[in-house]
Design a protein around this ligand. Structure first.
Ligand SMILES: Nc1ncnc2c1ncn2[C@@H]1O[C@H](COP(=O)(O)OP(=O)(O)OP(=O)(O)O)[C@@H](O)[C@H]1O
Length: 215
């Protein structure tokens, strides 16, 4: 495992909220893909049981990459995995063999709810996450888009947020992470990718909107 995975996976697998920040190609994606798959596997999710995990991505590109990683890592599982991107009438949906009955939904609500956007993330998402109403948000998102998607078992907690790489635009990450429960576990590596920053340092930087910068 990479260092960021070693730091975050035990917490994520234990069901705690986790915020992860680290440099590019440090293993952030698998740091949340693995616990999501493990949690759904333990809870015996199968196609037909509904949505067990919703992955919110700030850009279509990141959503497509994440979708491909999920498909690859989960290839020996029977989970159905969906990709929902785009706004207005340009919603794309891809599923893995099981119609529209999706267990893992990878989506870009910031595009689809553009009119509600505040900064780079939709205000609806920012506002609803702390109130634990992500399911409502996503139901709104999907209304009229995918009529046959099961909403029976949408369960937004716990959440694992991955931030973009260190040098990217941090606004979406800060908005999103501030919306997570205060109890979230934060892990960040420095710019060299080999030193764990303390929780107070990370929280201070998140609160200031300055991002976790390499030293
Ligand atoms: N534990 C691991 N063992 C071996 N390879 C790994 C491991 N974790 C990640 N990788 C590989 O390292 C590469 C980078 O991983 P990943 O995409 O998860 O990083 P990232 O931090 O999300 O990258 P980016 O910042 O570019 O989005 C990928 O090719 C991935 O398959």
């Amino acid at each position: 495992m990479t260092e960021i995975q070693t730091a975050s996976l035990p917490h994520a697998l234990a069901g705690r909220d986790v915020v992860v920040g680290a440099k590019k190609r440090s293993g952030k994606t698998l740091a949340f893909v693995v616990p999501v798959l493990e949690k759904l596997f333990r809870e015996r999710y199968t196609p037909g049981r509904g949505v067990g995990s919703i992955i919110l991505c700030p850009t279509r590109e990141l959503a497509c990459q994440t979708f491909e990683v999920f498909k690859s890592v989960a290839r020996h599982h029977s989970f159905s995995i969906g990709l929902l991107t785009g706004g207005g009438n340009s919603v794309d949906l891809e599923e893995k063999d099981h119609g529209n009955d999706i267990n893992i939904l990878v989506c870009t609500p910031s595009e689809t709810l553009q009119e509600k956007r505040e900064d780079s993330l939709p205000a609806a998402v920012q506002g609803l996450i702390p109130d634990n109403e992500l399911a409502t948000t996503v139901s709104l998102l999907l209304d009229g888009k995918i009529s046959s998607l099961s909403r029976r078992t949408i369960s937004p907690q716990p959440m694992v947020a991955r931030r973009p790489s260190l040098h990217g635009d941090m606004n979406p990450f800060h908005s999103f992470s501030r919306g997570m429960r205060k109890s979230a576990i934060h892990h960040a590596m420095d710019g060299e990718g080999n030193r764990r920053r303390s929780l107070p340092e990370v929280e201070e930087e998140l609160a200031g909107g300055g991002g976790v910068r390499p030293r």
